[in-house]
Design a binder for this molecule. Structure first.
Ligand code: NAD
Length: 491
């Protein structure tokens, strides 16, 4: 049992939860217990919210030019500690070190973009809307923001929101995923070092009760959530019913069209990274490849070879290309879905089940798995597997493939691989997904663009990152003003 007992960060202090309840945080590759995370009480959440609410009164009055100085300080601290943070992500999540470094880079980019908040939160003004009358629109922060993150990006996803919320003058309470809470504790230590005033950034560990506490707390004005569709729907409906502004991103199933003219080697390399990177535990993982026309003849053998050669193991070992899945329960769930896919008639091309990695026998490993001819309405084509499993289908035309994508319940990402500009343009225009890749495997928007899920991948109006996040965390105030003139007045 690990000695490391994680604490909450409330009002600028590290405090131990008094709940007496803990969950273990195991390393998914070794099963070693890395830490104990508390299941905090709703009273502890209330303490954090009260502290954030109190801090908001001064923080919103702190000039934005000063607020962003904390962001600059944080950016430098994140850079200086990147390697330690990346190792922490790999240990608690399992993804390989290079992927963890990439995650940190994406988190830092959001801090950099939030440094532009003085420009990003500018309002508008129109002079003389009527004789002697001006009208202006200003953006003001909402108050306390609740931010709830999933397990698959222990650092990055909270940073789609935290920098923007804070830079625009809100204060925050973050609830990390209790499956991967260690990196967020490290990030809060750096925020403490960056010198944010007490109460501006707070963190409370917990599970579903904590999320419901956030959704019900009257002093929390906005909730940003990322996780599975089922929970996202719940968060959106309960949060909005309580009068809060909510942005709730959900699960995904991302079809990728592959045309016969796509470059064989680069497409294969990109597709393997997309389907099996982070062990397929990415909301932008290419989970279905739709081969158009004769493309299957070129790509299926290449995919089979590349997937079979992918090195699976402990993410801190430099030769490893893919780590474990998050829990033993997820390994069982994913292997069950693969089995169901086979029973439904899919052909097993590469079978990664029952993987044993020498030296890491207790890890939750599944090697890359590819199923061919997955039925359109079958389990592999319609369910978010969230593991290293790629389903392959076949269509005669791009139209047929776009229809499959558009009939799906999710809309997080769609991609196309081709040299045909007209096909790519048609896809960009007609695919019902909010993040589109053209010869791109993981169409993850940069920090200055919104992370634009659609359909059952998103509930709300404004997404995380960039200008959307600035708008999400501010409300517009419109002022119409007239100043009676009395030029003869003496001063
Ligand atoms: P999850 O929904 O299980 O958990 C997300 C958060 O909700 C966690 O903090 C968790 O503690 C909390 N939670 C879990 N069950 C709850 C419940 N019943 N009531 C209230 N709160 C609850 O998601 P996860 O397994 O941590 O993450 C994986 C999911 O997140 C996948 O579906 C993935 O596609 C999705 N995801 C989506 C995006 C996106 O941008 N659309 C990005 C990353 C991950």
């Amino acid at each position: 049992m690990s000695e490391l007992i994680l604490q909450n960060y409330i009002n600028g202090k590290w405090v131990s939860s008094t709940s007496g309840k803990f969950r273990e945080v195991p390393d998914p590759a070794t099963a070693e217990i890395l830490a104990q995370v508390p299941v905090s009480t709703v009273a502890e959440l209330d303490e954090a919210v009260q502290a954030a609410h109190k801090a908001f009164q001064d923080w919103r009055r702190t000039p934005v030019t000063k607020r962003i100085q904390y962001m600059f300080a944080l950016k430098h601290l994140l850079e200086a500690n990147l390697e330690d943070l990346a190792r922490s992500i790999t240990m608690e999540h399992g993804k390989v070190l290079e992927e963890s470094r990439g995650e940190m880079r994406r988190a830092i980019e959001n801090v950099e973009v939030a440094c532009g908040t003085p420009t990003l939160m500018m309002g508008d003004l129109v002079e003389d809307i009527a004789p002697g009358i001006d009208e202006l629109m200003i953006r003001q922060p909402l108050g306390v923001a609740g931010i709830i993150s999933p397990f698959n990006f222990p650092a990055m996803i909270a940073f789609w929101f935290v920098p923007y919320a804070v830079a625009t003058g809100n204060t925050v309470v973050v609830k990390p995923s209790s499956r991967v809470p260690i990196t967020m504790v490290k990030l809060f230590k750096l925020m403490e070092e960056a010198g944010f005033p007490a109460g501006v950034v707070n963190m409370v560990h917990g599970g579903a009760d904590m999320v419901n506490g956030i959704l019900d707390h009257p002093l929390i004005k906005s909730v940003a959530f990322v996780g599975s569709t089922e929970v996202a729907k719940h968060v959106y409906s309960r949060g909005t019913a309580n009068g809060k502004r909510v942005s709730a991103a959900g699960g995904a199933k991302n079809p990728v069209l592959i045309l016969p003219d796509a470059d064989p080697d680069t497409t294969t390399a990109i597709m393997m990274d997309s389907a099996f990177g982070c062990s397929g535990q990415r909301c932008l993982a290419a989970s279905t490849a739709i081969m158009i026309g004769e493309a299957d003849k070129v790509f299926i053998p290449r995919f089979a070879e590349a997937a079979s050669n992918r090195v699976t193991g402990y993410g801190l070992n430099s030769e490893v290309q893919m780590g474990p899945v998050i829990t033993p329960q997820d390994k069982v769930r994913i292997e069950g879905l693969i089995q169901q896919g086979v029973q439904e008639g899919a052909e097993m091309l590469v079978d990664g089940r029952n993987a044993v990695i020498p030296g890491y026998e207790k890890g939750n490993f599944i090697k890359p798995t590819i199923l061919v001819d997955t039925p359109v309405n079958g389990i592999i084509a319609t369910t978010e597997v969230f593991g290293p499993v790629l389903g392959i289908m076949h269509c005669k035309t791009v139209e047929d493939a776009i229809k499959i994508l558009n009939d799906g319940e999710y809309g997080n990402m769609g991609s196309i691989f081709t040299r045909d500009g007209a096909a790519a343009r048609k896809f960009r225009n007609e695919a019902d997904a909010g993040n589109i890749g053209i010869n791109i495997g993981v169409a993850a928007p940069m920090a200055f663009f919104p992370f634009s899920g659609w359909k059952n991948s998103f509930f709300g109006d404004l997404h995380g990152q960039g200008k959307h996040a600035i708008e999400f965390f501010t409300q517009t105030k419109v002022v119409i003003e007239r100043w009676p003139k009395d030029w003869s007045r003496k001063f």
